[in-house]
Design a protein around this ligand. Structure first.
Ligand SMILES: Nc1nc2c(ncn2[C@@H]2O[C@H](COP(=O)(O)OP(=O)(O)OP(=O)(O)O)[C@@H](O)[C@H]2O)c(=O)[nH]1
Ligand code: SF4
Ligand SMILES: [Mg+2]
Length: 409
């Protein structure tokens, strides 16, 4: 994806479910006007979830997910069905595709129950209207069972596809003001100073995504973003006519920045802002505190949201284990999970340490937190853990009293 495009984690994730051969893949191609997925009359053509980021008007930037059929058979089939069900954990809007022949049977009812349990917005699509338009009675029957809108379309002729796009735009969750990076901490005309080191680790010619997104959110709050490196921070603060509302820094230079920012000015880090934005800050702070209880032989899961290229001093496989062993002074056993492979049985772990999850949408991050909660396992992320180990977490949490309070207890 181009660097100018909307980040994947910010896109509405639309997933298409249904039995084999109902035309899920062909419908995706019709909706998007692209050959996203392979279509054939062989049952079980789509064997793995297929994901594609794109613009879908009038909705905007989306990720569309094609899935294997819900009625797949045999041991391999069951595995595919499980993978399809896992897609629900990152779905914002679900479409359940059926045809006039199959109607709304056991497969459809089962998926509908799972979608309802997750409280997802969804709709039913009756495809292949060119072959057999469902009689009005059949359509009403499906609507009664599903209790959601039923759209009759033909992926082959395109009939009903434009209406379905409009319906998707209506179903998509609206941007929720509760979920802001910093905007909710600011009043119009507040000044926010952002400290962004430009060192060898910084990408050439641009700022990294969390920095870009934070600037954007400051501007959306009608506040003023002032960007500086750590070396010019003192000058920057001195040049302002009034103290800033907030200083946000890269965690790596926190100590230097903390020395230059007056104690009564809020100071936090980009990682803390994103921990709150994507997840649940209080839960992650509790997870950090669990470090104090680690024992010899405890197993720790380090989970990352994508399989990025590992560097020699990799954060997840090298640095986090080193820092944690050093801090706890215990013999700890580390295991790793990357990408969409997030283990179900978390209860064998004493702690889960998750990456910032920049590639995951908020729904998936929340699902991962919920899995840990359900297993009774504390979970923390890289940003909150590092701040805790460095002893800077209390200062970082000053703007967030609810989470800060946990450290006092
Ligand atoms: N006549 C007609 N045929 C369709 C329509 N939509 C899909 N088909 C055909 O139905 C067959 C299955 O379509 P796919 O899109 O591969 O179905 P799928 O649901 O993705 O199937 P799996 O990947 O096997 O789960 C293909 O031969 C399609 O050309 C439609 O609206 N009308
Ligand atoms: S923070 Fe997680 S999701 Fe983002 S690049 Fe790193 S490993 Fe991937
Ligand atoms: Mg398919």
């Amino acid at each position: 994806m181009s660097l100018n495009a909307t980040p994947r984690g910010e896109r509405v994730h639309i997933a298409i479910f249904g039995r084999r051969n109902v035309g899920k893949s062909r419908l995706i191609n019709a909706l998007t006007g692209q050959e996203v997925s392979i279509v054939s009359d062989v049952k079980g053509t789509t064997t793995d979830p297929v994901t594609k980021a794109m613009e879908l008007l009038p909705l905007g930037p989306i990720v569309i997910i094609d899935t294997p059929g819900l009625d797949d058979e045999g041991a391999l089939g069951a595995l595919r069905v499980q993978r399809t069900r896992d897609v629900l954990n990152r779905t914002d809007v679900a479409l359940l595709v059926t045809d006039a022949d199959g109607g709304f049977g056991a497969c459809e009812r089962e998926l509908a129950a799972a979608v309802r349990e997750k409280k997802l917005p969804w709709a039913v699509v009756v495809n292949k209207a060119d072959l057999a338009a469902p009689a009005e009675a059949a359509r009403r029957e499906i609507a009664t069972q599903a209790q959601v809108p039923v759209h009759v379309v033909s992926a082959a002729t395109g009939a009903g596809v434009e209406d379905l796009k409009l319906a998707l735009a209506r179903l998509a969750p609206e941007d929720d003001d509760k979920f802001r990076i910093v905007g909710d901490l600011l009043r119009p005309a507040d000044v926010v100073v952002l400290v962004t080191p430009i060192d060898k680790a910084a990408p050439k010619g641009r700022l990294i995504l969390p920095q870009q997104q934070t600037i954007r959110d400051v501007l959306e709050a009608d506040a003023i973003a002032v960007v500086t490196k750590e070396f010019e921070l003192r000058e920057t603060l001195a040049s302002l006519g009034r103290p800033p509302r907030l200083v946000v820094t890269d965690s790596q230079v926190f100590a230097k920045v903390a020395a230059d920012v007056p104690p009564d000015v809020w100071l936090t880090s980009f990682s803390i802002l994103f921990a709150r934005y994507k997840g649940d800050l209080a839960e992650l702070v509790r997870g950090a505190q669990a470090v104090e209880k680690l024992q010899d032989g405890d197993r720790i899961l380090v989970a990352e949201g994508c399989t990025h290229h590992r560097q020699s001093d990799d954060i997840g496989t090298v640095k986090i284990p080193r820092w944690l062993r050093h801090y706890a002074g215990k013999e700890l056993v580390f295991e790793h999970a990357a990408g969409l492979k997030y283990p179900r049985a978390l209860n064998e772990y004493a702690l889960v340490v998750h990456c910032g999850g920049c590639m995951l949408n908020r729904r998936e991050m929340h699902w991962r937190l919920a899995q840990a909660r359900a297993s009774g396992v504390p979970i923390v992320n890289y940003g909150v853990l590092i701040a805790y180990l460095q002893g800077i977490l209390p200062r970082c949490l000053a703007p967030f009293p609810d989470a800060a309070q946990l450290l006092d207890g």
